[in-house]
Design a protein around this ligand. Structure first.
Ligand code: PFF
Length: 444
């Protein structure tokens, strides 16, 4: 059979922007600020940076080594270096991408609806009521479907014409909006109170094991690690990329946007004295308290609100694209389907599997815990074992194109001896949390 040659990124810059697009998403603008505010403020930010450096960056480089080294999608890439016994891990990755996208696209659907409403009619006077309407039932399912349609369209366009092109247009726009809104928020009268709520350091929180677990799984989720997204994107790289440098740029940009998101969100909320609502830290908090603030802000509220939801939407879209690409690339490689067919059929299946999440926020929370916390930690742990103990010569692969390779043995030692035990520890607590959540939902 005559196979088409494997696609490649048009430029390094395109790859970096697409990877930053995968990393920056709802996790940065919605999860990170709340986690930080709830779990020790500046102390959490500090712990988070340490986890990104100790575990996130080494795992990202490990994914890059497998992806670029094999030039294959996750399932075949693992088999390439480790034999067929490792295929099930690849299947877990693909399943993880499938499941995360199924509910991620539901939240993204709410975002799309909010952006649309902000543009067309502005913010109403009953944000909680509006959120109730948007977030459940047929409305949620409809906007979920619309969002998935856009995602499918871009992934069907291919690596260069679809994914890379959209990232090159959308990511600078997102960065500009987030920086602009953070600066604007700093001029508001409530800025000081907002910053204090977000960053007031409480180092005692760091002694709690659940905070450590949350910081770690948040790092994986935010950096799109542990389910083959970075592996897949790096499989479209050419040989001479400087992967360590790119990993640092990607992780650094991801952190900056998450940090700035907090500097933008809390002053906006505190400027209007709406902080009471923050005690309720459910998934909906952002979708209720912020629109409330925009509605109360007078004439500037509407443009600020439009910009905010457009940025959130852009982040969600470029992340959803990478989630779908993991699934689609695996299907293209394993079943030899053409890209368009794979994108359309897999997109339709994911949309269907997401419907229960659109109908029930409790169900959405459960899939989130299962896929985003449990799967990613299991995935990252297995990846560290794979690259540390199974893959032949990962240092050799990472060295190609890298400039400063003296410290690569240190990276390798980390992946072998430090990351696995740390993750085993985190995994233990993640399993307990997941178990409690499942029994809580069944019992309650
Ligand atoms: N990194 C994305 C975010 O922070 O919203 C979510 C995500 C994308 C997780 C892709 C995992 C992934 F493979």
């Amino acid at each position: 059979m005559n196979e088409a040659p494997r696609e490649q990124w048009g430029s390094r810059f395109g790859f970096v922007l697409a990877a930053v697009g995968s990393a920056v998403g709802l996790g940065n603008m919605w999860r990170f600020p709340y986690f930080a505010a709830e779990n020790g403020g500046a102390a959490f930010v500090f712990l988070y940076i340490i986890m990104v450096a100790l575990i996130g960056l080494p795992i990202m480089l490990a994914e890059f080594a497998i992806g670029r080294g094999s030039k294959k999608s996750p399932i075949l890439a693992l088999a390439h270096f480790g034999g067929n016994a490792w295929k099930p891990l690849g299947v877990l990755f693909v399943l993880g991408g499938f499941l995360i996208l199924s509910y991620y696209a539901v939240i993204a659907g709410w975002t799309l609806r909010y952006a649309w409403n902000a543009l067309s009619v502005g913010f109403g006077s009953d944000p909680a009521g509006f959120f109730g309407e948007v977030s459940t039932g047929g409305d949620a399912a409809l906007w979920h479907l619309l969002f998935m349609a856009v995602t499918v369209l871009i992934v069907a366009g291919g690596i260069r014409a679809g994914i890379e092109r959209s990232a090159i247009i959308l990511m600078p726009l997102l960065a500009l909006i987030v920086v602009g809104l953070a600066i604007f928020a700093s001029t508001l009268p409530g800025a000081g109170a907002g910053y204090a709520f977000y960053l007031k350091a409480d180092f005692s929180e760091l002694l709690s094991l659940s905070v450590l677990t949350e910081a770690t799984s948040q790092a994986f989720f935010s950096l799109s690690l542990g389910m083959g997204a970075m592996l897949t994107y790096s499989s479209y790289l050419s040989r001479d990329d400087n992967m360590p440098r790119e990993a640092v740029i990607i992780a650094g940009s991801d952190f900056m946007i998450a940090f700035l998101a907090g500097l933008m969100v809390f002053p906006l909320i505190f400027a209007l004295g709406l902080s009471d609502e923050l005690s309720d830290s459910t998934i909906g908090a952002l979708f209720i308290s912020l629109p409330n603030a925009f509605g109360e802000m007078g004439a500037v509220g509407r443009p600020v609100g439009i910009l905010f939801f457009v940025a959130l939407l852009v982040g969600a879209l470029t992340s959803a694209i990478s989630l779908l690409e993991v699934v689609v690339s695996a299907i293209i490689d394993t079943w030899k389907w053409p890209r368009r067919k794979a994108a359309l059929i897999m997109g339709a299946l994911i949309t269907m599997v997401g419907i229960p999440s659109a109908l029930s926020i409790d169900f959405l929370g459960l899939v989130d815990q299962l896929a985003a916390n449990l799967f990613l930690v299991v995935g990252a742990f297995s990846l560290s074992i794979f690259v540390g103990w199974v893959m032949p010569d990962p240092i050799g692969e990472v060295s190609k194109g890298a400039e400063n390779i003296r410290w690569l043995p240190l990276w390798y030692a980390f992946i072998r001896y430090v990351v696995p035990p740390l993750l085993l520890f985190v995994l233990y607590f993640t399993v307990i949390n997941t178990w409690n959540m499942v029994t809580g939902l069944i019992g309650g």
